[in-house]
Design a protein around this ligand. Structure first.
Ligand code: GLA
Length: 392
């Protein structure tokens, strides 16, 4: 039941072979960037909060080469069509939509004064799409890294993440925070990427205990609500902060929210309660993890899920079912804690558990979930992995 993560070397080999078959091009540059899972700190990266994601060992790989023209020709494993981009002009959003992430990143380089030459590329992914695991950030960071190779230039890691985030804002129309691109760009083996979203600085926190396993359960559902849902949650938090008369959510206390409950009104008051509570939970969770205090950490993960479900309203029936199953397996069954991860409205849960029981737990999560929903989930374990890099 526990799915294996495809080996990055195999992805690289397969991408090069597909580039040769589809575009008759020999790869000279190959870039890889991972998706991410977030342990805790959800929907607070755009509220100056703390988040605790890591780069997973699932990657988007781009294999390609300059083609001596002014066009980028890009093929993927997802279909037969080839996106053709005129890179002699500043990029604008267009069709096909999936290529907008690439256009947006090219535009970021163009805005920094680079003239991007034509290239051929093939894109291959082991990051499940629409699963709340940041396949879009992986595509942006892989593209940025590919362009670094193509242009023989290097961006600071933080600049690469911010350029990628801007591509998501301007070309995919999602007003996301910085978590996904930071995790994909800064990830390191055996390290969590603790981000203080107020200072915009990541801290790499050790996560090396072999007795701990992180299970990712993709519910295989993605609700359309996500389109406007993310932007409207972000707007609620901006309105709330303004009504509280504060500069930053870090300056808001639980008492501030309680004392202004009616004035904030529903749903802004519940959104505010989530933000303040989740910031505190994330700080407490990072500290509990550091001292292997799982009795503190587990309840914080469940509380995060409940707050996202009831106050922030970004969970869904399938995510709740998956978390409930994990909770029922419980500490005796080896589960430390579980919660939805990522933007929500479908996607995946994250379950922290004891390694020696991980495959049994995955088995139970899959079979119980399927029994209740009729859907076969995708469950895999992941360890913190290397962020965006050129493969040499
Ligand atoms: C999406 C966004 C992130 C973050 C999460 C929720 O993944 O891209 O910036 O806001 O949702 O925590």
């Amino acid at each position: 039941m526990l799915q294996l993560n495809p080996d990055l070397n195999d992805l690289v080999t397969d991408a090069a072979a597909a580039l040769a078959a589809r575009l008759q091009t020999t790869a000279t540059i190959t870039a890889a960037a991972p998706g991410r899972v977030n342990l805790i700190g959800e929907h607070i990266d755009y509220c100056d909060g703390f988040v605790l994601p890591f780069a997973i060992d699932r990657y988007i790989v781009i294999a390609g080469a300059a083609n001596g023209t002014s066009e980028a020709r890009i093929a993927t494993a997802l279909g037969d069509s080839i996106a053709v981009l005129d890179v002699s002009n500043p990029q604008e959003p267009s069709e096909p939509k999936w290529a907008n992430y690439i256009r947006g990143v090219i535009r970021g380089f163009q805005d920094r004064g680079h003239s991007v030459p034509g290239f051929d590329a093939f894109i291959l992914s082991s990051v499940p799409g629409g699963a709340g695991l940041s396949s879009s950030a992986a595509l942006e960071c892989a593209t940025a890294t590919f362009l670094e190779g193509l242009l023989d230039t290097r961006l600071e890691t933080k600049e690469k993440a911010l350029l990628s985030q801007k591509a998501e804002h301007d070309f995919a129309n999602v007003p996301c925070g910085i978590m996904d691109q930071f995790a994909s760009a800064f990830g390191k083996p055996n390290r969590l990427v603790l981000i203080d979203c107020r200072s915009g600085e990541p801290e790499l926190v050790p996560f090396e205990n072999p007795d701990l396993t992180v299970l990712i359960s993709n519910t295989m559902v993605h609700h359309e609500l996500s389109d406007g849902g993310y932007a409207s949650r972000r707007k609620n938090t901006e309105d709330g902060l303004k009504m509280l008369g504060k500069q930053s959510w870090r300056d808001v206390t639980e008492d501030d929210v309680r004392g202004n409950w009616d004035r904030l009104g529903d749903p802004v008051n519940r959104r505010a309660r989530h933000v303040v509570g989740e910031i505190a939970r994330t700080v407490a969770a990072a500290s509990a993890l550091g001292r292997n205090d799982f009795e503190t950490l587990g309840p914080l993960m469940y509380a995060s899920h409940e707050s996202l479900r009831d106050d922030f309203e970004v969970s869904c029936k399938e995510l709740d079912i998956m978390v409930d199953i994990a909770r029922k397996i419980g500490r005796n069954g080896g589960v430390i804690g579980a919660r939805m991860t990522g933007g929500g409205f479908g996607g995946s849960t994250v379950t922290l558990c004891e390694s020696r029981k991980a495959s049994d737990i995955a088995e139970t999560l899959a079979s119980e979930y399927e029994k209740i929903t009729g859907i076969t989930p995708q469950i895999f374990a992941s360890r913190p992995s290397l962020g965006a890099h050129l493969v040499v």
